[in-house]
Design a protein around this ligand. Structure first.
Ligand SMILES: Cc1cc2nc3c(=O)[nH]c(=O)nc-3n(C[C@H](O)[C@H](O)[C@H](O)COP(=O)(O)OP(=O)(O)OC[C@H]3O[C@@H](n4cnc5c(N)ncnc54)[C@H](O)[C@@H]3O)c2cc1C
Length: 172
């Protein structure tokens, strides 16, 4: 059984850390969540290209759920000066908020569920926030998370933010 995971730790950290959501209908994560401490897993060398590329355009990070992982890693490696939108169903899923909010130029928690959420959160999806509140300009967009979010934000960037660059990492 093989699954992909993105570390939240930085390459230079002495230990590797992950943020993994248990998918009840899944195969691997229910096993992982009940594995005894000491259970052995094989981990291959890291692969992929979703890394921070400094440029003159302001970076906008957009994550859904555990898609926050690569941005934690980038921040641990010293990246600052970014806008971060984190889209989740409810505030309890705002992983790493306390670490990310203080170093972001702008941190926006987008809560999509109907339930009552504190007023400091944006009520809606990350796409709603981008449409209504991100000023028109050329940005470097970094997207990580669900396929639907990546598809919708890609369309939106084409439409509203011409001249921007877009990097994406699809989790599921
Ligand atoms: C490049 C890459 C990096 C990834 N990094 C992470 C990570 O850091 N943390 C993490 O939690 N997952 C990450 N994933 C997703 C991960 O690889 C697994 O798909 C996930 O853990 C589910 O595995 P499973 O065997 O339990 O479920 P599966 O049996 O593989 O899938 C069951 C169903 O659950 C859906 N599903 C998969 N992930 C989720 C999810 N998070 N929420 C809701 N439904 C889901 C699948 O689309 C499928 O329909 C990453 C995927 C990729 C491709």
């Amino acid at each position: 059984m093989e699954r992909d995971y993105t570390p939240v730790s930085a390459p230079e950290d002495p230990e590797i850390a992950f943020c993994i959501r248990k998918v009840d209908s899944g195969i691997f994560t229910p096993l992982l969540s009940t594995a005894e401490i000491g259970t052995r897993f094989d981990i291959s060398m890291p692969e992929g290209y979703f890394t921070f590329k400094p440029s003159r355009r302001p970076p906008v990070f957009v994550a859904t759920g555990t898609g926050i992982a690569p941005f934690c890693s980038m921040v641990r490696s010293g990246v600052t000066g970014f806008t971060l939108l984190h889209g989740v169903d409810s505030p309890q899923d705002l992983y790493y908020q306390l670490k990310l909010e203080p170093v972001a130029d702008l941190y926006v928690a987008c809560i999509s569920s109907e339930h009552q959420s504190p007023s400091e959160y944006f009520r809606g999806r990350v796409t709603d926030y981008l449409k209504k509140h991100l000023p028109p300009a050329k940005y470097d967009f970094y997207l990580c998370g669900r396929r639907e979010m990546i598809r919708e934000v890609t369309w939106l960037v084409d439409e509203r933010f011409p001249g921007s660059l877009l990097y994406s990492e699809l989790f599921y």
